[in-house]
Write a protein that binds this ligand. Sequence first.
Ligand SMILES: NC(=O)c1ccc[n+]([C@@H]2O[C@H](COP(=O)([O-])OP(=O)(O)OC[C@H]3O[C@@H](n4cnc5c(N)ncnc54)[C@H](OP(=O)(O)O)[C@@H]3O)[C@@H](O)[C@H]2O)c1
Length: 334
Amino acid sequence: MQVYEIGQRGGIDGLKLTERPTPKPGPGQVLLRMRAASLNYRDLIIANGGLGYAAGSRIPLSDGAGDVVEVGAGVTRVRAGDRVAPIFTQSWLGGEIGRHLPTALGGDIDGVLAQYVVLDADGLVHYPGHLAYEEAAALPCAAVTAWSALITLGQLRAGETVLVMGTGGVSIFALQFARMTGARVIATSSSDAKLARLGGLGAAELINYRTTPEWGKRAAELTGGRGVDHVVEVGGAGTLANSLAAVRPGGRISLIGLLTGFGGEFNPIPILLKSICFQGIRVGSRDMFEAMNSAIETAQLRPVIDRTFDFAEAPAAYRYLESGVHFGKVCIRI
Ligand SMILES: NC(=O)c1ccc[n+]([C@@H]2O[C@H](COP(=O)([O-])OP(=O)(O)OC[C@H]3O[C@@H](n4cnc5c(N)ncnc54)[C@H](OP(=O)(O)O)[C@@H]3O)[C@@H](O)[C@H]2O)c1
């Protein structure tokens, strides 16, 4: 079978198509024919040696969808022919974070950019039947992260206001889940053309963060000065001052991403003065993924896929994500 391997330090140039024997499922395991994968910003970070994973080659990417081909002894959770998606942290099935093993796909362990993979049956979920493979492959990291931030931990309610930043995978799922819940969305982007598309997805207010450097203040003004209830923070230290300006007293910031870089300083005083709930997010558990899938099925929600590349074009998919021109998810057909 064909798989990609990537050195976790060598950049996108380190991505190589190679042959490996097709694996066999052991007891409790499942052989999957992968049909699609999707990229996350994390996959660029890993290729460039970030996130502290061990150096060396690994099959990349955490997010995919495929067909069950064969099950090992004792597997009852799935059957041959089922369409499934792997969960991001294979050992985090439910409960609090921190009690699971280092089993994040495409980082701690081999990922899904391969024709076949073997995984524990416990690490798979059935996904909503209306979704194509690429759409299902968009869910495990970006969608579960947005779900965990806004719904599981954020307890978002209809009528509340959510601020989402940029037009990447996490932010667009956050917009969709917020709209699904009946919340109002204020969305930002560096591009007016992308802002128009965010409006089409139901964002009520649109701010270009390039031309409005004080976009946090502007977001607060757009709530009549009260401030937004939730901020889905994907920028990190470089955007936190604006997020803190945007959020209402007693509101919530979900710290998810570091698009402005790993370092940097910000003034934490507004956190205490405004009595803000500041929550870190690390994707989510299988339980969260399954709850999210039920909601997606009920709402017949469809992930926003920007572009799908062929398996042979995986390096081009990485470069496309790196360029930042995408709107939503970038996928690979396997
Ligand atoms: N903690 C977790 O569990 C978790 C899970 C998933 C992702 N993440 C992190 O969340 C972040 C987003 O991930 P992703 O996969 O959704 O990324 P992505 O799809 O690559 O999205 C990147 C988009 O973010 C926007 N952006 C870039 N710099 C920005 C800035 N300074 N201010 C506002 N927006 C900016 C851009 O949108 P425009 O072109 O519209 O400006 C860009 O297209 C990454 O840092 C990722 O590592 C963390």
